[in-house]
Design a protein around this ligand. Sequence first.
Ligand code: IFL
Length: 450
Amino acid sequence: MTTRIAKKTATAAFLLAALASFNAMAADNGQDGFVAVQDTHFVRNGHPYVITGANFWYGGYLGAPSGVGQRARLVKELDRLKAIGINNVRVLAVSEQTDMKSAVRPATTRKPGDYDENLLKGLDFLMAELARRDMTAVLYLNNFWQWSGGMTQYLNWFEGTPAHDPNVSKDYERFMGENARFYTNAKAQAEYRKVIDHIVNRTNSVTGKRYRDDPAVLSWQLANEPRPGNSKAGGEQKATYVKWVADTAHYIRSLDGKHMVSTGSEGLAGSVQDAQLYMDAHRTPDVAYLTYHLWPANWGWFDPKRADATWAGMMDKSMQYLNQHIDYAKQVHKPIVLEEFGLNRDGASFDIKSSTRVRDRFYGEVFSLIEKRAAAGDPVAGWTFWAWGGAGRAANADYWWKPGNDFVGDPPQEEQGLYSVFDSDASTIQVIQDSARRLQAIGARIGGKQ
Ligand code: IFL
């Protein structure tokens, strides 16, 4: 009996010491400008940190010293974002050169082991400009989708199968099913890890700082919207995916123990609607926080051409989706970031001159739910809207991007104007700015009480 009590006391003491050292570690990590997790929120330099962010996939492209680079535009975009209360951008850090029609070109990886210094210098410039403005970035290192080459291009390199452009085949189900082979292709994984190592250990040509030592990196993200496969993914594919998340996150943390790692998951919609799978993928200790995305029109919840008829049903589903995910984060006991959401312009127009009344209302409702849950002390770590189009403009009558055209928030697999927020969208920008101000105030208040 006495031995049992002694053992229990020793175990409790050990657990308390471990917890104390974990908290101290988190607090240390939250020093020196690195954003870290403390309990279910972010901290930076001992203060609460909440993301009010913008998706800006092409930020590194604009920073390139030549070719596609437009540094003057990049500087202006960052000034504008900063002025409206944006403190974080979510950026494509690695792309793969491909022949697919709906993918961006050039790409940071020209072919395995051959990296485009001009584009990487662009990322360097972006990181330096972010640091100057006290902004941070989430850098994603791959893409489940084809618009930057992504996993299907890795399979082309290492399996010899054609890179699959689902915009051409119109078969997203097959595309998603095939892409899951990326997780188990040893050669593809080796190149993926090589490029991660290349970026994490890269010395920034502007700041002279290694990426792994740069507090302007908020987190390394495994990929944009990785998922286990298509709608039929079963137990084996789910297990493979969860293992891939855990192993890759662990690998990144072995290179860089200072930064957080995130998945880039879409949430339930990217987890075969399996809540257990979603939570399992985020439970590994090397993943710092949960991510989720909200896409009502993409998921058939909303028809922008019948906005009045489909609005109420869409809002019910959207609010439920947001609440559910915040509840999952509570269960996993980690912070959660809504890192993508968006809606069409009125009447499904791509025209920059068309109104955005429905989108503004949607943004407002999303923000207000996030604020409500944040104010209640739930593990809300912020939002990142999709996507900043800024001063970019569509050049073509059909709104499709072609090499040489401006980059906007919509990548080349979608029409330019679909979900972009342009610098002329004054009413949307006002909604964003107001919410950013409110969420930052809530974050400071709630974080201070922790
Ligand atoms: O452009 C899309 C992007 O690939 C993504 N999620 C949804 C966006 C809009 O459809 O990650």
